[in-house]
Ligand binder design. Structure first.
Ligand code: PRP
Ligand code: GLN
Length: 598
């Protein structure tokens, strides 16, 4: 899952679009912790970029970098990878210089990426420099826009290019794009799987209107955008410099099926997606789960429960309602460390496991001698639940019941949430009893799917009786067609991306001089090197040396030994035999005006 933001101010002399995007990144940080980026554009049509791996505060040096990003419009992105790797070069926004200079951000996942890659290579002859599906989408769009053959495009040309692009791409997406000196574009997949909302407010001068697009309404409301509307499935919007937005259905709406996992876990509670209030949906989930708990446990076990406890943070709203529904005391037994962020979207299993203990601490008094009913939003790999049940028992709980506001997750997520490969999902081949055994709970109770759908659909401003959602993770029925072999492909690429993550931790250990022999060997195989064969230090994830235009930028050697014992020939070999065809250059250009380099 990623967070996207786009801003265009009415006043073309405004220099503060990036300041606002930067504020909004913090409001959407929960959607992606791996990488962050902003590209701004000033009146002369030049792009300015800062992006790299890490949370927004790190990438922008707590805001200090934002002053390098002038302009009246821009794009922002927070990444939680679903495709490719977590390499710096895949941080967004992506940029292509031809035609016209285009930047793009993408929340979602394309499920026909290999086909698109083949088309771009064999027919469009466009170079892709990363494994990212988002870079493919940008190039497909650029290729279609190029078909106009014009020196300057207009809205009709952009819509027509999108219409052609929609015929090629399959999957879930909410995207924003920016054409140098021209304006912004926003568009959403024909099923409305990924969210996007457009807001407006009077400009500071009062003579025009500023616009913002974002994944969640909370970014808009907190930045002072008063009115907002959802971009519809298959709809695109173009906001040209100094003009009002124009909308077009660039593909027929095939369904209106927002991803239900936004309501279960991803979105902030103070957000409204497609007219459905996230916090209210979680309240409904809690009340409905209480009914299932009553049925499943029966009066005897129910009478046995002393307290209902949330697993902070997402499940708090629902847990309050479970307690109310069961007529049991609601007790906060775990203290959440506010300096540890979301553990589920951490990149490796080891980090996730460590993250749970670092993030949650049980208060002994709340557990001693009690039978506790824990409430979580979902159980995915079971990392959190297993650790938490153990912590509850260590703190003195007698019996531990574990309940989930979402049904068992049995299938892979394919539209932009990296919900592990099927084989990693705790519910993939296990029933509730086996899951309870696995996580060490006395019993496990899951929400059922019709109740979850009803909890959200009943709040829909459309017809609640016919409101549908993307629920493939709970039943294996996905809203788009999925071609044969896709899941095998997914298992393979997720396996590869796991390997990359292991290599990245090895590399981190090498850089910090704490690597063991195995990690050194691993790092030497997978590590990136600069033009001199030096290991690129971790700090190179910082924007000074970040990737540009999909090109990995590495730091020129300052003569210091950085190899930390990694054998140089191995790295030289890798550098010379990079058969991926990727371009790696060594220049400090990430914060400069992009057009100066073309
Ligand atoms: O079964 P698992 O693989 O462990 O994943 C599920 C857990 O991950 C999430 O917590 P997270 O810390 O990401 O987020 P939160 O603080 O928003 O609840 C979620 O709330 C569950 O607790
Ligand atoms: N979570 C997302 O929306 C990811 C976007 C894109 N597929 C990437 O991996 O960068």
């Amino acid at each position: 899952m990623c967070g996207i933001i786009a801003v265009i101010h009415a006043d073309p002399k405004s220099q503060s679009a990036a300041v606002e995007i930067h504020d909004a990144l913090y409001l959407l940080q929960h959607r992606g912790q791996d990488a962050a980026g902003i590209v701004s554009c000033g009146n002369g049509g030049r792009f300015h970029q800062c992006k790299g791996n890490g949370m927004a505060s790190r990438v922008f040096h707590d805001g200090a970098r934002v002053s390098d990003l002038p302009g009246f419009m821009g794009l922002g992105h927070l990444r939680y990878p679903t495709a490719g790797s977590s390499a710096n070069s895949e941080a967004q926004p992506f940029y292509v210089n031809s035609p016209y200079g285009i930047c793009m951000t993408h929340n979602g996942n394309l499920i026909n990426a290999p086909e698109l890659r083949e088309f771009l290579d064999q027919e469009a002859h466009r170079h892709n420099n990363t494994e990212s599906d988002s870079e493919l989408m940008l190039n497909i769009f650029a290729n279609e826009l190029n078909e106009t053959g014009k020196a300057r495009v207009n809205a009709a040309d952009c819509f027509a290019a999108l219409e052609r692009m929609y015929k090629r791409c399959v999957g879930g997406w909410a995207c924003t794009a920016m054409l140098a000196g021209y304006g912004l574009i926003g568009f959403r997949d024909p099923y409305g799987i990924r969210p996007m909302v457009l807001g407006s407010r009077p400009s500071d001068s009062g003579t025009g209107t500023d616009y913002m697009m974002a994944s969640e309404s909370v970014a808009l409301t907190q930045c002072g955008y008063k009115t907002f509307q959802d971009i519809l499935p298959g709809q695109a919007v173009i906001i040209e410099k100094g003009k009002d937005p124009v909308f077009k259905q660039v593909h027929p709406m095939l369904n209106y099926t927002p991803d239900i996992f936004e309501y279960v876990y991803f979105a902030r509670p103070d957000t409204v997606i497609d007219g459905i209030d996230v916090d209210e949906s979680r309240r409904n989930m809690g009340f409905k789960l209480a009914e299932t708990i009553k049925l499943q446990l029966g009066p005897e076990a129910l009478a046995d429960i002393d307290v209902v406890m949330p697993i902070p943070e997402t499940s708090i709203t629902s847990a309050i309602c479970v307690a109310e529904g069961l007529g049991k005391p609601y007790v906060q037994g775990f203290v959440k460390n506010r300096y540890i962020f979301r553990t589920f979207i951490m990149p490796s299993q080891k980090l996730r496991q460590k993250g749970v203990r670092a993030k949650l601490n049980p208060m002994r008094k709340k557990f001693e001698g009690k039978n506790v009913l824990l409430v979580d939003d979902s159980i995915v790999r079971g990392t959190t639940s297993r650790e938490i049940v153990l912590m509850a028992r260590e703190a003195g709980a007698r019996k531990v019941y574990f309940s989930s506001c979402a049904p068992p997750i049995t299938n892979a997520h394919i539209y932009g949430i990296d919900l592990a490969s099927s084989s990693e999902l705790i519910a993939h081949h296990r029933d509730s009893r086996a899951i309870a055994n696995h996580i060490g709970a006395d019993d496990v109770i899951f929400q059922n799917l019709p109740d979850l759908i009803e909890a959200c659909a009943s709040l829909s401003p459309r017809d609640p009786a016919t409101q549908q959602f993307e629920v493939g993770v709970f039943c294996g029925k996905y809203v788009t067609p999925v071609h044969d072999g896709y899941f095998e492909h997914l298992e393979k690429i997720r396996g590869e991306s796991r390997k990359i993550k292991v290599i990245e931790s090895a590399r981190e250990a090498v850089v910090h001089g704490v690597a063991d022999q195995k990690q050194i060997r691993m790092a030497a195989k997978g590590v990136e090197v600069d033009q001199y064969g030096n290991v690129i230090p971790l700090e190179n994830g910082s924007p000074e040396w970040g990737p540009l235009n999909g090109v990995s930028i590495s730091q020129p050697s300052n003569g210091e030994e950085k190899t930390n014992g990694v054998e140089r020939p191995d790295m030289e070999e890798r550098m010379l035999s990079d058969d991926s065809g990727r371009v790696r250059v060594s220049q400090d250009i990430s914060l400069h005006n992009m057009n100066d380099h073309f």
